[in-house]
Design a binder for this molecule. Structure first.
Ligand code: ATP
Ligand code: MG
Length: 194
């Protein structure tokens, strides 16, 4: 099988994540895309939603696309989530599958700084989707990395979880920036908190 890995903090998940995953699924003819929330180290957790809430919102967001699944491997492992550790486990568990790690161009430029990136680049290809405000600079990437990056064009959606958290804090609407089920969940948890 060809499997896309959509990693992120999803704090909260929004339609930018979903369009990225669906666009790459179609472009690379993936069998499945696994949404994998990363664990946030305790000092960062105060900023947003808990691990359980982030996972729940991902589940709600993808519930109607049978090719999408959630993967809680990094949440269960805890600590700092290094993709190299995760892909080592996954390639061990699924030796016959091909992995495609989906990332926005904001992340691509940082790839050389990722923990054990040389190892990671041997375990997965990367599917890079354009993200508004970020240009991919291939010249900063070593040749070994350029070779494992596939480019996929997607409709540009200038949406970030950071902006959604700001909106929620200010009492502004996040409707349509997140799937309806996530919007309902956010409404309920807000009411619950007050
Ligand atoms: P935050 O603002 O908290 O960093 P985020 O919106 O960047 O949140 P992440 O969970 O950090 O979301 O991102 C997960 C992955 O999705 C990353 O590879 C990121 O580049 C990609 N991504 C996020 N938003 C978009 C978007 N609007 N368009 C394309 N890719 C996106
Ligand atoms: Mg981000």
């Amino acid at each position: 099988m060809k499997i896309g890995i959509m990693g992120g903090t999803f704090d909260p998940i929004h339609i930018g994540h979903l369009v990225a995953a669906e666009t790459v699924r179609e472009a690379l003819d993936l069998d499945e895309v696994w949404f994998m929330p990363s664990h946030i180290p305790p000092h960062k957790a105060e900023a947003g939603f808990s691990s359980d809430e982030r996972l729940r919102m991902v589940e709600l967001a993808i519930s109607e696309q049978p090719a999408f699944r959630t993967l809680d491997i990094e949440l269960r492992r805890g600590g700092v989530s290094y993709s190299a550790d995760t892909m080592e486990t996954l390639t061990g568990q699924y030796p016959d599958d091909d992995f495609h790690f989906i990332i926005g161009t904001d992340m691509v430029n940082y790839l050389p700084k990722w923990e054990r990136i040389e190892d990671l680049a041997k375990m997965t290809r990367f599917a890079a989707v354009g993200r508004a405000g970020y240009v991919l600079d291939r010249s900063v990437l070593p040749e070994a990395l350029v070779e494992v990056i596939d480019h996929v064009d997607m409709p540009q959606l200038e949406i970030s979880s950071t902006e959604i958290r700001e909106r929620l804090k200010d009492g502004r609407s996040a409707r349509y920036l997140v799937p309806d089920k996530v919007y309902d969940y956010l409404q309920r948890s807000e009411n619950h908190a007050t």
